[in-house]
Design a protein around this ligand. Structure first.
Ligand code: XBP
Ligand code: MG
Length: 249
């Protein structure tokens, strides 16, 4: 049933901003600071991005390198991963605070137009809360939480995408059913998470995710440049009409 659109739910990394090349740089800076002979290039990082969550990505990398190593005391590896992720997050936050990371084309204009249409705004991301705050403070100003009051992140929702936990959490906090919302994602994991929560999803891939499978997306676009609320309403209308025809057939 085509409910009125009430909220837009944005993923962060790759959707609000093309951040992954900065996360990649921050991971490599953390490896160097720890004295590890690890260096992830873009091709390898593109592969590793199949794992959502920086810590989970580091765990997957460790298993790939040392599948046979047993962590005797059970703490050495988790402690290393925690240390590396803390250093990486600090390096990434510094890059955002230096102004290196900008919102993708069309994002700010759509957020502003959504506000004028009385739509609520929310975030559903697997990244760390400090990364969300740094990016949105820089992009929307210190009052950003007034514009985006509902934020689900890697800490509030530890089950990472494609698990729908963060989207289900955001729907509950919005107090809205999935059909009243529209999600924006950049990756297959993100699309699957949003769709598993029953939310129509517009995808704007990046260079890291352009080869992903976006089956089930409402639209796949090069960016949100020039996209307005009326476009979102038209795409929803058309998709729901097609579903109704399919159901009647
Ligand atoms: C993308 C991710 C995150 C980032 C790194 O999140 O999977 O893990 O790559 O950030 P999104 P952390 O859901 O916004 O696309 O190291 O803080 O996880
Ligand atoms: Mg993303």
């Amino acid at each position: 049933m085509n409910q009125p659109l009430r909220a837009l739910v944005f993923d962060v990394d790759g959707t609000l901003a093309d951040t992954e090349r900065f996360h990649l740089r921050a991971f490599n800076e953390a490896f160097a600071a720890e004295g590890l002979p690890w260096h992830w290039d873009e091709a390898l990082y593109t592969e590793l991005l199949a794992v959502s969550g920086g810590k989970e990505r580091l765990q997957a990398w460790w298993r790939r390198l040392h599948a046979q190593v047993i962590d005797i005391d059970g703490h050495a590896v988790p402690d290393l991963i925690e240390r590396l992720h803390d250093a990486k997050t600090a390096a990434y936050e510094a890059m955002v605070n230096e102004g290196l990371v900008e919102l993708r084309p069309g994002v700010l204009a759509l957020m502003e137009q959504a506000g004028r249409h009385g739509l609520q705004l929310a975030i559903a991301t697997t990244t760390s809360p400090v990364n969300v705050a740094a990016l949105l403070r820089r992009a929307l100003g210190p009052q950003w939480r007034l514009l985006v009051p509902v934020v689900g992140d890697g800490e509030s929702a530890p089950r990472k995408k494609p698990h729908p936990q963060v989207y289900l959490q955001v729907l509950a906090r919005l107090g809205l059913p999935a059909p009243a919302c529209l999600a924006f994602e950049d990756s297959a994991n993100g699309l699957r998470a949003a769709r598993a929560a029953g939310i129509d999803t517009v995808v704007t891939p990046t260079a890291f995710t352009r080869d992903h499978d976006f089956g089930g997306a409402l639209q796949v676009l090069p960016s949100l440049a020039g996209v307005g609320v009326d476009d979102l309403l038209a795409w929803r209308e058309r998709a729901h009409a097609a579903q109704a025809v399919g159901a009647a057939a």
